[in-house]
Ligand binder design. Structure first.
Ligand code: NAP
Length: 554
């Protein structure tokens, strides 16, 4: 059976919950979960002998639901809003289970802890879900919003062993990507239908990849504000961005490794490329944080442990990654330590941003290669404007990751590169480091010297002008640099690697002066094309990448 897509709905009144369920159906969901615990409070006074005041609304909601549903009255002890007595809760579930055929929920969800604690609740729930043509089935569930429960295995075995439970559900807050792998392991060994989901920013993988491992369902919110658990994706992201319906056991996994990565544009373009190429793969954000207060060595060790776990997991079919800040140097170091193949560009730049993993037919790791696609990302958009780069005077502003890639790529082509950096020693060290691998050794200079530079091309490789960066309104270029030079007199070309916003202060300044420009989206698209080609063996539609990125930044 394929994995169901379920939209959780916090019920405040029947009318609006039904409208949301209708919207969930229109969006492509298979199932809704009505969270009744906001409406059905244990403290609510029922009129003597009469039904609970919320009962008619709940009856109507379930009877008119446009999709099959799970009815859940979640206890406060597991993140819900219900803090009333168990007798009242049992009565609610009995009432729902006893509804006329076609008007009862498909599932009732109850926590394992509550079910195990009260003999009376267990007896009444067992009776309510006793097999009947149209009656509901029981989902036994366990949640931990703080982290992985220490007794996770015991809880999962207990839920699977309960004869009354049709489905076992486990959800806990992931501490790292590695927790997803444990959930996949549990799914692989399930003895009955199982929901196994990790919450929080590290848990997205478990939600998207549920179909790969035969999960019973995954939850997705209609809108981000309506998520009922941290880290829940939206239905739209699941269906359109991650192509949830096409994920199957053979689907290869790729992603962007970095910290933070939640806002990366890479999933947008790479999933679209897989779709267009008919490639059986899915591309996810793969956050690997640097430990707070830890040393640089700690950061490397955390990266190494998490990445190797993905690479060597035989079930995951992990085939590659884009690697971004702060792990590009870590990837190169790891590749050297593991004896993976390293392309000359990555070696010269001192950083790698692309990982390709080869596996045998059984899914076992066989080899890996790393490379740097940032250099091509700089070179190719520039070549479209200036085909002959040898001898061209170019000012690279910045000596970090992007600056290194730019200086290497251009000096390798024989351009006369000058690296301008705030920290001049860093610029000098970079020039020295590149010397053995380039046709023309770069010079180095201060940022102030940009004003008198004779460069025909300026490339900004600092975060100045970037949204959320150190100075979003700043341009690194003094106005004096934008003067005509040469014969015939021409203004220098200005290339900004920053792509968010697309129109940076530097590009605005250059256009106002009449100078030709290249924006950072061009670099992003080109380097992403190189990566996609490395994974699928096909060159993607660069115009589609360009359009997707610009639309998402508009
Ligand atoms: P990085 O390794 O952290 O390097 C940052 C560089 O910017 C360093 O040279 C640093 O100088 C300089 N810098 C930082 N703040 C500055 C300031 N306030 N004033 C002057 N200089 C400053 O970062 P990176 O990986 O190279 O990325 C830099 C930018 O490139 C990013 O903002 C990103 O937008 C862009 N980028 C774009 C793409 C793309 O595909 N379009 C790809 C990669 C990067 P010091 O050495 O003196 O600290």
């Amino acid at each position: 059976m394929s994995t169901l897509l379920c939209v959780p709905i916090t019920v405040r009144d029947a009318q609006s919950a039904l409208a949301l369920a209708q919207a969930a159906k229109a969006a492509g969901a298979d199932l809704v979960e009505y969270r009744l615990d906001e409406l059905f409070e244990g403290s609510m006074e029922a009129p003597a002998g009469g039904p609970h005041p919320a009962a008619p609304a709940i009856d109507r909601l379930i009877a008119e639901s446009p999709l099959p549903c799970i009815a859940t009255c979640r206890s406060a002890s597991e993140g819900g809003g219900y803090d009333g007595g168990e007798a009242e809760r049992a009565a609610l579930y009995e009432r729902l289970a006893g509804a006329a055929p076609g008007k009862a929920p498909a599932y009732l969800d109850l926590e394992l802890a509550s079910y195990s604690k009260s003999t009376e609740l267990r007896r009444r729930m067992d009776a309510a879900v006793r097999p009947r043509e149209s009656g509901p089935s029981l989902i036994l569930s366990t949640h931990d919003f703080q982290g992985r429960p220490q007794d996770l295995t015991r809880r999962v075995l207990a839920m699977q062993a309960e004869p009354s439970a049709a489905v076992a559900k486990v959800a806990f807050k992931a501490r790292s990507l590695r927790d997803n792998l444990e959930l996949f392991e549990l799914l692989s060994h399930r003895s009955k239908p199982m929901i196994a989901l990790a919450m929080g920013e590290f848990g997205l993988m478990s939600r998207v990849l549920a179909p790969k491992f035969g999960g019973f369902l995954t939850f997705a919110a209609l809108r981000p504000a309506e998520a009922t658990a941290p880290g829940q994706p939206t239905v739209r992201d699941l269906l359109e961005l991650y192509r949830f319906r096409s994920i199957k056991p053979t689907t290869a996994v790729y992603g962007v490794v970095g910290w933070p990565v939640a806002h990366s544009k890479s999933p947008l373009v790479h999933n679209a490329a897989f779709e267009a190429a008919g490639h059986d793969g899915v591309y996810l954000p793969l956050p690997i944080p640097t430990p707070e207060g830890g040393s640089a060595e700690d950061a490397y060790l955390v990266f190494k442990a998490a990445l190797l776990e993905l690479v060597h997991d035989e079930r995951l079919t992990f085939r590659g990654a884009s690697v971004t800040i702060p792990h590009k140097e870590h990837l190169l170091r790891l590749a050297r330590a593991e004896g993976w193949s390293v392309d000359p560009g990555a070696s010269a730049v001192g950083a790698a941003n692309t990982l390709v993993v080869h596996r045998d037919a059984a899914g076992r790791f066989s080899s890996a290669a790393v490379m740097n696609s940032d250099a091509a990302g700089i070179l190719e958009p520039l070549r479209e404007k200036i085909p002959h780069l040898a001898g061209l005077p170019v000012a690279v502003i910045g000596a970090g990751g992007a600056g290194r890639a730019a200086a290497y790529a251009l000096a390798h082509e024989g351009a006369a590169v000058t690296i301008h950096n705030r920290d001049q020693a860093r610029a000098r060290d970079l020039a020295d480091a590149l010397a053995p691998s380039v046709r023309r050794v770069p010079e180095h200079a201060s940022l102030e010297e940009l004003a008198t530079s004779e460069a025909a091309v300026f490339i900004n490789c600092t975060p100045l002008g970037m949204a959320g960066g150190p100075d979003p309104n700043a341009s690194p270029l003094p106005p004096a640099a934008l003067r005509a030079r040469g014969n015939p007199a021409a203004l220098p070309l200005v290339f900004d690697t920053v792509y968010n916003p697309v129109e940076t202060p530097l590009l605005r300044q250059a256009r106002a002066a009449g100078a030709p420009t290249v924006d950072g989206v061009r670099m992003f698209v080109r380097q992403a094309c190189v990566q996609s080609n490395a994974w699928t063996g096909r060159w993607p539609d660069a115009a589609m990448f360009d359009r997707l990125v610009r639309e998402s930044l508009a």
